[in-house]
Write a protein that binds this ligand. Structure first.
Ligand code: TXA
Ligand code: MG
Length: 323
């Protein structure tokens, strides 16, 4: 079973495990990550193995700052501006891989681009101390709900990894927003913890949805799946259903829900994002066959919340995973 250590006491043990090519679950401000040395192929392979990921999708390499990032990827002006504006924070930039980068090709799945981000808190400190980038997908088994607490990581991956660093519930609750500058066009590859509108304001140009070229390969239809079926945009609660509520007004039949959790009683999208995955997990544990989800506004962080919910609701018979 995994050892669980609080952030204040975990640093040395985490460093020793990473040096040995092991993986460590760490908190970031977005979600928990399953981290390994991005320059060590065996460590990266262990990440895929622990997640039970069916394919080698490319991973995000986490850095301690722009200096480390500049040794890994070629920054255009706009990407550099965005890194300066949002790092450390929930923004991932996809950039051309630098020829001299010592990143193992399993991280990029052999692509000539790499996804980079600088996390906040324990992760940034760990990477700075380690001196090398850490590959880290979300710390969940492939296809399962993303973990936003150490307890959720333990329940899912505790039997497969040696250390979980416990930093409490993550602040943002959604994975990072992924963008890519392509021939001067700023593309949104995955909505996430920073609202698209906020990035557009900093960039001074629109974010183009619908990626040309390579999609974020994790963006398969069904993803983030609880055991229960998920019904989004529900206007009523059917017998036997659990209810994932939002705001102060309840939909028809809400009183008959077998379990109810509210993402944000005041209708605050930031609070809703932070609660999304843990509430889905808790409703899943209620044993309900279906979780009805009240409508969530589409703007701001609502874009990423609705994205995750619609993936959780997608049919499961297709190949799916949550990288
Ligand atoms: O907040 C986050 O981003 C979390 C925390 C742990 O940092 N990490 C995370 O990683 O969500 P992961 O592996 O679950 O998602 C990485 C996403 C995938 O959808 C992958 O396809 C995409 O990034 N990606 C990675 N490299 C890429 C590349 N070169 N081009 C396009 N997409 C890429
Ligand atoms: Mg994931």
């Amino acid at each position: 079973m995994a050892q669980i250590l609080k952030t204040g006491e975990a640093m040395e043990r985490a460093l020793a495990l990473l040096e040995a090519g092991e993986v460590v679950a760490i908190p970031t401000e977005t979600v928990y990550g399953l981290a390994g040395d991005a320059t060590n192929g065996e460590a990266v392979a262990r990440i895929f193995e622990a997640k039970g990921r069916p394919r080698f999708n490319p991973l995000i390499a986490h850095v301690s700052g722009l200096a480390m990032a500049a040794g890994i990827a070629e920054f255009d002006r706009l990407s550099e501006k965005l890194a300066n504006a949002f790092w450390p924070g929930p923004l991932t930039l996809v950039l051309p891989l630098a020829g001299s980068a010592r990143i193992h090709p399993l991280v990029t799945a052999g692509l000539d681009t790499i996804a980079l981000r600088m996390p906040q808190g324990f992760g940034a400190e760990l990477i700075a101390r380690f001196g090398r980038p850490l590959a880290a997908p979300s710390a969940n088994s492939s296809g399962r709900i993303t973990s936003t607490t150490a307890e959720a990581v333990e329940a899912d991956l505790g039997g497969k990894i040696k250390l979980i660093v416990d930093g409490g519930a993550t602040q943002v609750g959604l994975e990072s927003t992924i963008v890519k500058v392509e021939e001067g066009t700023l593309r949104l590859l995955r909505p996430g913890g920073i609202a698209a509108e906020v990035i557009e304001a900093a960039a001074g140009r629109p974010l183009v949805r619908g990626a040309a070229g390579i999609q974020a390969p994790g963006m398969l239809a069904s993803h983030y799946a609880p055991c229960a079926a998920v019904r989004v945009g529900a206007t009523d609660v059917l017998p036997g259903e659990a209810l994932l509520a939002f705001g102060s007004d309840r939909i028809k039949g809400a009183e008959r829900a077998v379990a109810t959790l509210n993402l944000s009683p005041t209708g605050d999208l930031r609070e809703a994002a932070a609660n999304l995955f843990s509430h889905m997990q808790a409703l899943d544990r209620s044993g309900a066959k279906t979780i009805a989800v009240e409508p969530i506004p589409p703007s701001g962080l609502g874009e990423a919340i609705n994205d995750r919910l619609s993936r959780a609701a997608a049919p499961r018979d297709v190949s799916w995973d949550n990288p």
